[in-house]
Design a protein around this ligand. Structure first.
Ligand code: API
Length: 286
């Protein structure tokens, strides 16, 4: 596969970095080559280096469509930090010249609002939509309807896990001390645990107060990242459901902070996520 001449933008959302490829005018990488191209481009030694690849394209259902591929080549249903980078790219390149836009993802249509200061996009507020705790919708193999802060045996150790789907699947583990977590051992062990047939993103969380917490992430298809937007979204909602958080939550991730505002609709819990995005450079494959 020859990627010579491929133009891209390199961006990050609080340290969770992405390569953005604009396919609004034409398909740049064919459908069958997208996974392999992703593995090469995300490689931090032989490629550009990134936690994922985002494709922007036209949509019949929303202003635009975006797709996300993990560094292992798997396609993810959603990407929270990526959607803010998407918003920044689209606004900065005048692809959509309005501050509020709808975005079609694999599982949902989300709304994103660009917050502009002195003509510069500085922050992005995203309605991340509704969530589900139903085990068959995570998906999770369990005889229980929901799996909330319950015991899961992982590699000989016991963890209290909350399983939630916010478009993509997440396992949230609330702990007393994040420094005691061996994320490189238990992250992949939980990600690939037999009860999660589509694997799962893994987050360890320390609650400081009803408005604040800190977390560490092992991402499905990527490993340790400095931040996971859908993971923080899941943490905010799970913490609210379990009574650890109230509706306004500040989460500290290794790469930066994200703010959340919970809402409830038809007995489901949704959330607005707010945070930055940053263009680092534009590049071309030689
Ligand atoms: N690894 C995730 C996709 C990327 C999510 C993350 N980068 C975010 O900001 O939400 C998955 O396979 O579901």
């Amino acid at each position: 596969m020859d990627l010579k001449g491929l133009k891209f933008s390199k961006m990050h959302g609080i340290g969770n970095d992405f390569i953005i490829i604009d396919e609004t005018k034409e398909e740049i990488i064919s459908e069958k080559n997208k996974p392999e191209a992703c593995k090469f481009l995300c490689d931090r030694h032989f490629g550009v280096g990134s936690d994922g690849l985002l494709f922007i394209s036209n949509s019949e259902k929303a202003d635009l469509r975006y797709r996300m591929f993990n560094p292992d080549g798997s396609e993810a249903e959603m990407c929270g930090n990526g959607i803010r980078c998407f918003g920044d790219y689209v606004y900065r390149n005048n692809i959509i010249n309005k501050k509020s836009m709808t975005i079609e993802t694999m599982c949902n249509i989300l709304t994103l609002e660009v917050q502009v200061e002195n003509n510069e996009p500085v922050s992005f507020k995203v309605n991340m939509g509704l969530s589900t705790f139903k085990t068959n919708e995570i998906p999770m193999i369990s005889n229980q309807e929901e799996f909330l802060n319950q015991d899961l045996l992982v590699d000989g150790e016991h963890f209290n896990v909350t399983a939630i789907n916010v478009g993509n699947p997440h396992a949230i583990i609330f702990v007393d001390d994040l420094n005691n977590v061996d994320i490189n051992r238990f992250g992949p062990a939980i990600e690939c645990h037999k009860v999660f047939p589509e694997k799962i993103n893994v987050h360890f969380v320390k609650v400081f107060s009803p408005n604040e917490g800190e977390m560490k992430t092992w991402e499905r298809g990527a490993g340790v990242t400095l931040a996971c937007g859908t993971g923080a979204t899941s943490t905010a909602i799970a913490g609210y459901k379990l009574g650890f958080f109230n509706e306004n939550i500040l989460l500290h991730l290794p790469g930066g902070d994200l703010k959340f505002k919970i809402y409830e609709e038809d007995n489901e819990i949704g959330v607005f996520m707010e945070g930055p995005a940053k263009l680092v450079f534009n590049g071309e494959i030689q």
